[in-house]
Design a protein around this ligand. Structure first.
Ligand code: SF4
Length: 243
């Protein structure tokens, strides 16, 4: 190996270049999702969900970079850690089947599917069991929003996800337990979320509409009036959608 000490980048950039390249390569080797996922069906824009479902290539430069992938990884790490804390505290929490796969459901010939974080089946007498368990690790700003507002207001996408899982996994009798962990302070927040049948029906109908339209080659309308809307700026398909 030839050593090159004449580089102009600092040591952090050099390390991260290698780490990021390996992460991006690994991520791109994953099989793309070929179904409408429960985590995306509640997004504001149906066209955006449609692009994701049809595996439309993202705009140039919009693929996940190393930093974004590390953020996702941290979310999984904190989820596993919170699950371990709950178990140590006496809650019986099921997160995986004996074969290591997650619990979940699929319907419409596998075109609509999702996987849950877990089910609380027993534990201290502070709630009703069994209950769906969903976990999110978030930054300070989002954590404070969840503390102030109920889930349906603070994050309608998560609320849709919970309603659908409760409906499809037969966990609608008891409120779900939504847990938020603050990435910055490690504080935890818990909210009991009663089943919202109307929301579950609305989201289920929406999934059917998106799948039918996409399979028929029909493009759904944009939810936004202008590409300068903040959601379009965050969208991976802005150029394709507006240009
Ligand atoms: S760019 Fe905006 S309108 Fe177009 S798909 Fe994305 S979110 Fe929807």
């Amino acid at each position: 190996m030839t050593l090159d000490f004449n580089h102009t980048k600092d040591i952090t950039e050099l390390f991260c270049e290698h780490i990021d390249a390996a992460m991006v390569k690994e991520n791109q080797s994953q099989k793309p999702r070929n179904y409408v996922g429960v985590s995306m069906v509640g997004k504001t824009c149906e066209r955006q969900v449609q692009y994701e479902y049809s595996q439309t290539p993202k705009d140039p430069g919009k693929d996940f970079d190393g930093q974004t992938l590390r953020r996702f990884g941290a979310g999984h790490y904190f989820e596993d850690d919170t699950a371990a804390l709950l178990k140590a505290a006496g809650f019986e929490l099921k997160t995986h089947k004996p074969d290591g796969s997650q619990f979940g459901f699929e319907t419409l010939d596998g075109k609509f599917a999702g996987h849950i974080d877990g089910v609380l089946v027993d534990g201290p007498p502070i709630m009703k069991y069994p209950a769906l368990w969903e976990h999110k690790a978030v930054g300070n700003k989002s954590f404070n929003k969840h503390k102030k507002e109920q889930l349906a207001i603070a994050n309608p996408v998560y609320a849709s996800q919970i309603a659908l899982y409760q409906a499809y996994l037969d966990l609608a009798d008891n409120p779900a337990v939504f847990t938020v962990r603050n990435n910055d302070t490690q504080l935890l927040h818990f909210e009991l979320v009663p089943f919202n049948a109307a929301l579950a029906q609305q989201m289920s109908d929406r999934a059917v509409k998106i799948i039918k339209a996409t399979d028929a080659g029909e493009q759904l309308p944009r939810a936004m009036q202008s590409s300068s809307h903040f959601e379009c700026k965050w969208c991976s398909y802005t150029d394709r959608c507006w240009k």
